[in-house]
Design a protein around this ligand. Structure first.
Ligand SMILES: Nc1ncnc2c1ncn2[C@@H]1O[C@H](COP(=O)(O)OP(=O)(O)OP(=O)(O)O)[C@@H](O)[C@H]1O
Length: 318
């Protein structure tokens, strides 16, 4: 029986589903700077939540507070029913943590790295070999288990890092920017791995600033900006709410773009800049007279989570 099942009675409830992670009014300051500013967030058990936000939004700090690597100045944090930081040892034993920075032991083989963590996480001696075999298989590293980490490719190292966080079969796994800096093919490979975890019932909390990553993997996205969640919901719901169904992109010289923005804003329509173009969101609601004023040169496309991200955070996308 997982810790999650044992402790759900004391977990906060969200819409009938027990929360694996709950943060209420959490504040974290670094000197005079407030990195996390009254954060409320719940991750329903068994779901994958993507914590999405631009660099510096407070995602990593939030992840660190869940493991008590950073201590909140205000608010309450519950992880798998354990109060953090008071019960952080027990919470940490029940969750898997995959850090942003690769901190594998390069002198050891892939298998040895997993064995050490199986020991640290107190996987019983009799099931340790199987646990390591399973983690290697999950990360498609069985063939490479005897290779020193130093000789593994970047993608293999990242898969090993994830496998290491899963060796004790945690009910919850925290992934901090799991595919940052990896090429698209390796990223896609890792997405398959993460998707498999969620399909197997593991709760996943993943921070990312790649919109496509959140869109593909997350049941729900929480969009963070300046230390707060500014919007939360399924990717489809966020798009419908903030960008509508259709977007019309207008290209042209700076004066023309300013003109498009003026007309759209006059009609109460949100816009976003994309390099040499302005996109008018919620285009399906444009009244005919405004449509005429905007001109016929617009290119229509479906609204996306990227539109939501840019409009709500005012940031560019990587
Ligand atoms: N130990 C620290 N001391 C001072 N400031 C910090 C510290 N850790 C984080 N910060 C600041 O807090 C803010 C939030 O940082 P955080 O790393 O949580 O953001 P993030 O959303 O994870 O961004 P990134 O994707 O760049 O890691 C940033 O402005 C960062 O400079």
């Amino acid at each position: 029986m997982t810790v999650q099942r044992i402790r759900t009675a004391s977990a906060q409830d969200s819409g009938g589903v027990a929360a694996a992670v709950s943060l209420r009014g959490v504040v974290k300051r670094f000197g005079g700077f407030t990195a996390v500013d009254g954060l409320d967030l719940e991750v329903p058990a068994g779901s994958c939540l993507g914590l999405l936000g631009p660099n510096g939004a407070g995602k990593s700090t939030t992840m660190k507070m869940l493991t008590a690597q950073a201590l909140a100045d205000e608010g309450t944090i519950t992880v798998l029913g354990f109060s953090v930081p008071r019960e952080s040892k027990r919470a940490r034993a029940a969750m898997g943590v995959v850090p942003q920075q690769d901190n594998l032991d390069e002198e050891l083989t892939a298998r040895e790295n997993l064995e050490i963590f199986a020991h640290l996480y107190r996987v019983p001696r009799r099931s340790r070999r199987q646990a390591v075999d399973d983690a290697l298989a999950l990360a498609h590293l069985t063939e490479r288990q005897l290779v020193k980490v130093d000789d593994l490719s970047g993608g293999m190292r990242r898969r090993l890092l994830i496998a290491r966080g899963l060796v004790h079969r945690p009910a919850l796994v925290l992934l901090d920017e799991p595919t940052v800096g990896l090429d698209p093919q390796v990223r896609a490979e890792l997405w398959g791995l993460i998707d498999g975890l969620r399909a197997g019932g593991t709760t996943v909390l993943m921070s990312t600033h790649y919109i496509e990553e959140a869109e593909r993997l997350a049941d729900e996205c929480a969009l963070m900006s300046h230390g707060r969640v500014i919007a939360q919901g399924s990717p489809a719901r966020l798009v419908a709410e903030h960008a509508g169904k259709l977007v019309v992109e207008h290209y042209g010289p700076p004066d023309r773009l300013l003109d498009v923005e003026r007309v759209a804003h006059g009609a109460g329509l949100p816009t976003r800049r994309t390099g040499p173009s302005v996109s008018v969101l919620k285009a399906e609601t444009i009244p005919p007279s405004v449509d005429e004023e905007l001109g016929p040169d617009g290119v229509r496309r479906a609204a996306s989570l990227e539109d939501v991200f840019v409009v709500l955070t005012g940031e560019r996308v990587e």
